[in-house]
Ligand binder design. Structure first.
Ligand code: UD1
Length: 344
């Protein structure tokens, strides 16, 4: 058995897929989650896939005393992957304080506790949102950090600064910052996938629920952007591919292979896809129609962004492998599974 890793937000979408990959690489995993945007059944899904039930505690990372009790209860945690955060761009415009509290206090708590409990490193879930609207596409890690377009985006920028300032203060641990583009898809077993609580704020869960007839029409937010078909462009990355990058990052950090105390990597495919193209690809890949209508722009949205993933490809030896079509088929398989289970 390899080292013990704490995964915050491990019952969430990317977190749960990462727990599976960590377990299959031999790591012992402790999951915490406040279940604000996830469900305890996810832990059953993880156990079904890997055959191993991770240690699980319902805990909010804003609860510093609760975190101390956790580190006492599970001694010897060597690394943290910090997913737990609020993540919806649109919601953050309307609830900025929720975003600042959830996304900043939780990270500060973890960083403060790490040296006390001899944790050697933290992998942080950042986002391409830190680039704002890049001047040059595809965007690489050296692109300037622009003023954020949403409170959510701002929290990710501040989080990155907090990590850099802390590590440069000669604290004895390392960090790898992973800037995700748009994660989509579900585990090939369809035992876990993306299931936000309530009405989905992001594209793919809304799309599959609309295709299933649960949500009415999907609203396409804007067709007057400066893009070939007028809808926004993103880089949609398969969630299992993304999860695998976390294992590589943890291995690298704990084996002392990092080239700097803080390293930053883009995780994307390198391919930009518009909202309308995504709908088309879904219909082609699954044969299922998506009811949709064009509506006005959503506040805080970036027009177009896709990754230059060369740094992660070359340094981590990681590449996004799954095709968009296979990934969209996995989304639909997951939606069908939710129906079969009577959840959606
Ligand atoms: C998502 C993530 C964010 C991450 C970012 C990286 C969520 C909730 N948000 O934000 O954490 O930092 O990727 O790029 O996971 N759209 C519609 N109709 C809808 C929903 C979305 O047209 O009902 C459009 C949006 O305008 C956007 C695209 O689909 O152009 C993707 O939107 P969304 O899935 O919400 O992702 P991001 O806002 O990019």
């Amino acid at each position: 058995m390899k080292d013990k890793i704490l995964v915050t937000g491990g019952a969430g979408y990317i977190g749960s897929h990462t727990v599976i990959e960590l377990q299959s690489a031999g790591y012992e995993v402790v999951v915490i989650d406040n279940l604000s945007n996830s469900n305890v059944d996810v832990i059953d899904g993880i156990e079904k896939i890997s055959g191993i039930r991770p240690a699980f505690e319902i805990l909010d990372c804003n609860d510093c005393n609760g975190l101390k009790e956790l580190f006492d209860k599970y001694p010897g945690i060597k690394g943290i992957i910090h997913f737990a955060a609020s993540k919806a761009v649109g919601e953050s415009v309307h609830k900025p304080l929720l975003y600042y509290r959830n996304n900043l206090v939780s990270l500060i708590n973890l960083l403060e506790l790490m040296p006390l409990y001899h944790v050697k490193g933290i992998v942080f879930s950042s986002s391409c949102t830190v680039y704002g609207q890049p001047d040059i596409l595809p965007v690489d890690e050296n692109a300037p950090i622009k003023p954020a377009l949403s409170p959510y985006g701002n929290t990710k920028q501040i989080n990155e600064e907090i990590i850099r300032d802390t590590i440069y203060s000669k604290i004895p641990y390392k960090s790898i910052i992973l800037r995700y583009f748009n994660p989509i898809g579900a585990h090939p077993t369809a035992e876990i996938g993306e299931l936000p609580n309530g009405v989905p704020q992001n594209l793919v869960p809304f799309l599959t629920q609309a295709a299933m007839g649960i949500r009415g029409e999907l609203s396409v937010f804007g067709d007057d952007y400066d893009t070939p078909d007028g809808s926004c462009i993103r880089d949609y990355i398969n969630v299992v591919d993304l999860a695998k990058a976390h294992v590589i990052a943890v291995d690298r950090m704990l084996k002392g292979q990092s080239e700097a105390d803080v390293e930053t990597f883009n995780l994307g495919t390198g391919r930009g896809v518009s909202v309308l193209e995504l709908i088309n690809s879904f219909e082609k890949a699954t044969g299922v129609k998506v009811p949709y209508k064009i509506v006005g722009r959503r506040e805080g949205d970036i027009e177009k962004v896709w990754a230059n993933p060369a740094h992660a490809n070359n340094v981590l030896g990681w590449t996004a492998k799954e095709t968009l079509e296979d990934t969209l088929r996995s989304c639909w398989k997951w939606q069908l599974k939710l129906r079969e289970r009577g959840i959606m």
